[in-house]
Design a protein around this ligand. Sequence first.
Ligand code: SER
Length: 872
Amino acid sequence: MNSNELRKLFLQFFAERGHVIKPSSSLIPDDATLLFTVAGMVPFKNYFLSKVPLTFTRAATSQKCIRTNDIDNVGRTRRHHTFFEMLGNFSFGDYFKEEAIKFHWEFLTEVVKIPKDRLYVTVYLEDNDAYDIWTQKMKIPADRIFRLGKDTNFWEMGTVGPCGYCSEIYYDFEGGKKDVVTGRDIETNDDRFLEVCNLVFTEFDKRADGTLGALKQKNIDTGMGLERLAAVSQGVFSNFETDLFMPMIKDVAEKAATVYGKDPKTDISLRVIADHARGVTFLIGDGVLPSNEGRGYILRRLIRRAVRHGRTLGFRETFLYKVVPVVLHMMGEAYPETAQRKDYITQIIKLEEEKFQETMDKGLEILNQEIEMLMKSKTAILPGEVAFKLYDTFGFPIEITEEILNEFSMSTDKVKFKECMETQRETAKKAWKGMSVDEHAVPEDVIKNLPVTKFTGYTGFSEDGCKVLAIVKGGKKIASAHDGDEVSILLDKTSFYGEGGGQMGDKGIITGPDVELEVIDTQKTDDRYIHRVKVIKGSVQEGNIVKTTVDMDKRSAIMKNHTGTHLLQAALRDILGSHVEQAGSYVGDDRLRFDFTHYAALSEHEVRLAEKMVNKWIQESVPVEVEVMSVEDAKNTGAMALFEEKYKGEVRVVSVGHISKELCAGTHLHNIGEIGLFKIVSSASTAAGIRRIEAITGDASYALVLENEGTIKELKTVFKTSDTNELKEKINKMLREFKELDKKVNEVKKAGMMKDVDEYIAQAKDVNGTKVITIRFTDADKEAVRALGDVLREKMKKTVIVIASTAGEKISFLAMVTDDITDKHDASKIVKRAAAICGGGGGGKKNMAEAGGKDASKIDEALLEVEKAVRG
Ligand code: SER
């Protein structure tokens, strides 16, 4: 059976047994304790912990997973993978051990039709219930079931969370052999015995201190690796020989003009590439981008490791991105959301590949030289500084350096490497020092003791009757603040928006019977709004009742920019494609900045098109509607949400007619017509795969129009015209005239130099039979200097000519050696010696060379050096 069939059969089997079939969750879990989704149960963690109300008690999935604990082994064995698919069925307080066991036995033996005498079972040492179910109800002979310890038969998600005893089913590749099999064989002989599925009886919750608590209900979590199931079902020994990997292996092998199975070394590389191609495709598909930290680093490591193995296969150019369509051809049906992003994924990989290709050769060369030196000196440890240089300058993740060293039974000094990393981080941190210290921060215990602030600013700008709950200064709670003080104030309710979702915090005033406070900024921590204020008049104390009034002009400018950002995103998705996702944003009163995922720089045409589209919508005056609903409902309406943003409970869905629908907590206009003119002011790229557009709206864009108009008016006065076309013509004409004039000036300079040619010849010094001519100019044209050099060289024999000229701070040297003495003198060496005196360098050929310099006060000394050089 092919793997698409197996996946479908599994889900169908469990659907028929009352399970809700859920689509795979993202590889990025909504769980701060995990880097990636490592098992099918991860998205259901809160169901196991009874933290969410259950709307179903049975579920089944085919879940995308990534495990990164053993990347270096991937490719070297038949079974290690980074990315894999886990087929799983789950019960939340519904059925327990007996059904879980029955279901899997039935699926394996009756649907996939694996002969029973090829299967073995394990249970946890003390789990008599599971043992009895297997032996008495399922009639498994006692010599095919083993009680094993915690290492194999206790499953936990990570350091904390739901866990429990488990029972595993193993497949025997040498089934039918009449030898005696022991539990130890099962545990250790993975050439012969393959774990096909793991049934976890999830009844405990592991706490941070390592102890186990009982969960409220007994649950089931099962996992069956699709890759393994495919190997068993397709009768192949290695997962890589299944239809899940062979298409990529064949494709890459063909392009590398080799075949799989010919040479163990190239086979490893083919397997690495096939595995990593899947991993990187799905990681990027789920929103990860290459970087030097966290998930992004793992992604970078996988791309670069694959590229390095591409070298082994002989690829000199980018190749990995071309494997993406092969991956998606196989997997697109099961994971349509990833298939949709094909172009985006491809481009991101291509960019990262190109970057690494540029430096990899140099890095490999250095590493190979180091390895040779280590071999000669009979040492096996590469200095940490070298590993760091490879990382920092040539983009070699430390793990790649280690992997290469391993091939020569060498390693690196990781302690020193880490030290170098630390020093670099410290230096970077120092550069930022002073910027991150927030003296207005409100301590956590103050925050925790206050109720969540009620935000009333969606519907109005001001709010009466707000109670002062806390005043904080210098990290401490104080009772009151007075004239001139700068403090943070927390209220029970407020109309001030606290910075969040890219939207800056509101400014304005807070007034009370005896006080006026200027609000400089509003922040938000755990839904408590923190007003940073300056006491303008009077004093304020805890318990006072005050009125909040947001600066209306600023806030309406912010709302124009925020709604404008939504329109911009909609336009970009329309023009560039649905891979465009928000990667960051800033919505202020002055402008908006929108960072988004896209692989190429935007053309002028695309930028204008987006601007035009937004303005066209604005002119349609479409109303903006806001609805509050559950996250689940919001996602079902197709509202756009950020890749990694965590939305809790109720969310706001902001819709602009048919144009846009986004989950957003920001403040918006009633009608997009209020935006006025939407003007894009810049388009750039911030990181690989991320583009940035800045735009302005409302008063700001009107002000820009006025400013530009003013500039044009001024120019018209200067150029004495009232017509814009004539202005352009006049400017162009002036530029042309400037160019002409420039040429003429240079010709005059050149002529001036040439008339002195005979004088320069007459001044030639004889140095041991070679003539030396040195000349010095100020502000000379480069071409003129060159022409003079050529004339002198033509006229002279056995001569060395060096001309130094300055242009502002810059010095340039030109050295020429007549062809009859290039066997004795080298212009390149001479010019280097001269330039070195002025703190510069350069080079060229034996008969002609150029160099630069910095210190003009040493030119004469440099020219004397020429003579010394000739003297030898
Ligand atoms: N969580 C278990 C595993 O990953 C079963 O799904 O093996």
